[in-house]
Write a protein that binds this ligand. Structure first.
Ligand code: NDP
Ligand code: PYC
Length: 339
C-alpha cells in the first residue's frame, strides 16, 4: 500500500475551494463544499470525502447543479422552516436556514427543516453534529438516486437514503450515527470496483436480480439491497416520505439527469428535526444518556458509532489528513488548471 501524504485542513480546504470555484461555484458555495469535504476526509469517511470531487464536478460541468444558487428560506409555521435550494447544493441551503431553524427549536422545543430542489452528495454527520454541539438532538433524513431494490422487488426504486442522528453529551463529543439504509453506500461499491475487490454476499444483485459479489454488476444495471431485508426497506421508504414527500422534492426514482451525462449528484430533498432535550424533561437528559452509554459498554459494546471518526479526526488534526499521493497530485492539478 502506498504511504499517504499528509495535508492540513487549511491546505485541503483551500485546494478544494479553488477547484469548486473553477468549476462554477460562487466563493460562498465553494467554501462550504470544501469545508464539508475536508471534514469528511479528515474523519476517514472515504466514500464521502475527496472521492466525491469528480461527481460534484460532473454535476457542475453539465449544468445539472447550480454552483451559484441562492437558497430561498421560507418561515412557514412556528416550528417549520422550508428551503428551496434553487437547484444548488444542500449544505448552503441548510446554512441559510440555520439561525431561524435553531431559534424555532429553542422557542418551541422542537422544529423541522425541509429542504428541496437541492443536491446532497456528502455525509450527513457534518450537517448534524454541530447542532448536537449546541445542545440539540438532530435527526436527518435524505433521499438520493434510485440504486436500491425494495425488499422482494425487482427494480431500482430507493436511493441509499441515509439517516443521521446526533445527541449532545456535555463535556464530550456528541453521540452520532450516520448510515445508509442500504447494505453498503453506493460510494463504497464504487471504491470496491476501483480496487478490484469482491463484495460480500448479500450486498447487491445484478441486472437480472440475481445475487452477485461483482461490484461492476451492481453498479451497471444491478442494485444494492436494503440493510436487514424488509426492515431496512421500510427505513428507505420512510426516507422517501420524510425527505422528498414532506419536503416537496423528487423521489429517488424520479431523479432524471439523462440530459446531463456525467452528472452524479441527486437533486432531491433533505429533512432535519431538531429537539431541545432540556425542554420539559422529567429527568436529567444528559445524565440519562450517560447511564445508557455506560450500560452499552457494560453489555460489551466498546465501540460506539462515531468513535472511529473522532479518532481519525484527532489523528488528522495532529498529523494532517492522509491522502493517497495520486489523489493529492490530482487535486493540485485540478486546482492549478485553467478555469
Ligand atoms: P457505515 O456502515 O460505515 O457506518 C454507519 C454508522 O455505524 C456510523 O455511524 C459508524 O460509525 C457506525 N459503525 C460502523 N461500524 C461500527 C461498529 N463496528 N460498531 C459500532 N458502530 C459502528 O456507513 P454507511 O456506509 O452506511 O454510510 C457511509 C456514509 O455515506 C455516511 O456518512 C452517509 O451519510 C453517507 N451517505 C450519503 C448519502 C447521500 O445521499 N448523501 C447516501 C448514502 C450514504 P463511524 O462513523 O465512527 O465508523
Ligand atoms: O454513496 O450511496 C452513496 C451516495 C448517494 C448519494 C451520495 N452518496
Amino acid at each position: 500500500m502506498t504511504e499517504p501524504v499528509r495535508v492540513s485542513y487549511g491546505e485541503l480546504t483551500k485546494l478544494l475551494a479553488t477547484i469548486f470555484r473553477k468549476h462554477g461555484c460562487s466563493e460562498h458555495v465553494a467554501a462550504i463544499l470544501a469545508e464539508n469535504m475536508a471534514l469528511a476526509q479528515g474523519d476517514g469517511a472515504h466514500s464521502h470525502g475527496v472521492f466525491r470531487v469528480a461527481g460534484n464536478l460532473g454535476s457542475l460541468d453539465t449544468g445539472w447543479v447550480d454552483g451559484t444558487a441562492v437558497p430561498i428560506v421560507e418561515d412557514v409555521a412556528p416550528g417549520f422552516v422550508r428551503v428551496d435550494g434553487n437547484n444548488g447544493f444542500a449544505q448552503p441551503a441548510l446554512l441559510a436556514a440555520r439561525d431561524l431553524f435553531v431559534a424555532k427549536a429553542r422557542t418551541n422545543g422542537i422544529a423541522l427543516l425541509a429542504v428541496r430542489n437541492s443536491h446532497h452528495f456528502g455525509a450527513l454527520w457534518p450537517d448534524i453534529e454541530p447542532f448536537a454541539r449546541d445542545g440539540l438532538i438532530a435527526l436527518m433524513m435524505v433521499n438520493s438516486m434510485a440504486n436500491v431494490v425494495p425488499h422482494g422487488g425487482n427494480k431500482r426504486l430507493y436511493g441509499t437514503n441515509p439517516l443521521g442522528f446526533a445527541v449532545p453529551r456535555p463535556g464530550t463529543d456528541p453521540l452520532v450515527f450516520d448510515q445508509a439504509s442500504s447494505t453498503w453506500s453506493n460510494g463504497d461499491v464504487q471504491i470496491a470496483r476501483r480496487e478490484g475487490r469482491a463484495l460480500p454476499v448479500g450486498v447487491g444483485v445484478d441486472r437480472n436480480g440475481q445475487p452477485t459479489t461483482d461490484a461492476n454488476a451492481v453498479l451497471e444495471g444491478g442494485a444494492l439491497l436494503p440493510f436487514g431485508g424488509h426492515k431496512g426497506s421500510a427505513i428507505a421508504m420512510m426516507m422517501e416520505v420524510m425527505a422528498a414527500g414532506l419536503g416537496g422534492g423528487d423521489f429517488s426514482f424520479e431523479v432524471d439527469w439523462s440530459r446531463h451525462p456525467g452528472a452524479a449528484t441527486p437533486r432531491t430533498a433533505q429533512t432535519i428535526i431538531l429537539i431541545d432535550p432540556g425542554r420539559g424533561a422529567p429527568r436529567d437528559f444528559s445524565a440519562r444518556i450517560e447511564t445508557l452509554i455506560a450500560a452499552i459498554h457494560d453489555a460489551g459494546q466498546d465501540r460506539l458509532p462515531g468513535d472511529r471518526r473522532y479518532a481519525n479526526r484527532r489523528d488528522a488534526h495532529r498529523d494532517g489528513i492522509p491522502l493517497d499521493p495520486a489523489v493529492a497530485a490530482r487535486l493540485r492539478d485540478l486546482a492549478a488548471a485553467e478555469a
